[in-house]
Design a binder for this molecule. Structure first.
Ligand code: GRF
Length: 198
């Protein structure tokens, strides 16, 4: 499959939950000029709601049991290499990948985080942002390295917090912007890697 003269990048998306980013990335991948082809979806949770999207679009998916992390990661590495996956997009994936795994896909893993990194790494970001009376929040797409939510930032979107916002309304507002940001960040990342041009 080609896009702008480039081969589309074989991409895997990792999820644990609702999968609204996955749904959005599938839509993006299906557009003619998209640089990616979503070949595989991985979940660590068998009941992840987001699994309905690969089913709907006939995309290969698999659930992995992380109770023995190093064993399962080795299996995943094998499976992804076999499928010639060149880009991994974490989209609400709640497991922390090991240094070994990240090394195997060096500079090939992106994550979306619902804050203006480096602020508010980790979980429960919106709750902490509200509790701290922040005036702005946002979302960030970054490269995954061995430190949690700390790799090179590809793109960020700043979002104003209104007085009436609570953590639920904020989560909704941020998620909407994540859906705009992730495809843009993927394009930018691949352009920087010279795997794609506009
Ligand atoms: C998003 O807010 C994302 O930034 C965070 O987890 C949430 C996943 O949402 N990492 P969804 O499963 O894509 O709807």
């Amino acid at each position: 499959m080609k896009s702008n003269g480039f081969n589309k990048i074989n991409t895997a998306v990792f999820i644990s939950g609702n999968g609204s980013n996955l749904k959005n990335l599938i839509k993006f991948s299906l557009s003619k000029k998209s640089p990616i082809n979503i070949k595989f979806v991985l979940s660590d949770k068998k009941n992840a709601k987001g699994l309905r999207f690969p089913k709907l679009h006939n995309i290969n998916y698999k659930i992995y049991n992380f109770s023995d992390k190093s064993k399962v990661e080795n299996k995943i590495i094998k499976d992804l290499k076999k499928k010639q996956i060149k880009l991994i997009c974490l989209a609400g994936f709640l497991k922390i990948l090991s240094k070994n795994f990240i090394k195997k896909f060096k500079n090939e893993i992106l994550n979306i985080h619902p804050s203006l990194l480096p602020k508010y790494k980790g979980l429960n970001t919106h709750k902490r942002v509200i509790e701290n009376n922040e005036k702005y929040t946002g979302c960030t797409v970054h490269v995954v390295n061995a430190k949690l939510d700390s790799g090179k930032i590809i793109l960020q979107k700043k979002i104003k917090i209104n007085k009436k916002d609570n953590y639920k309304s904020l989560a909704k507002k941020v998620l909407k912007q994540e859906h705009v940001l992730y495809p843009r960040a993927i394009k930018k990342f691949l352009i920087l890697k010279k795997k794609f041009y506009l």
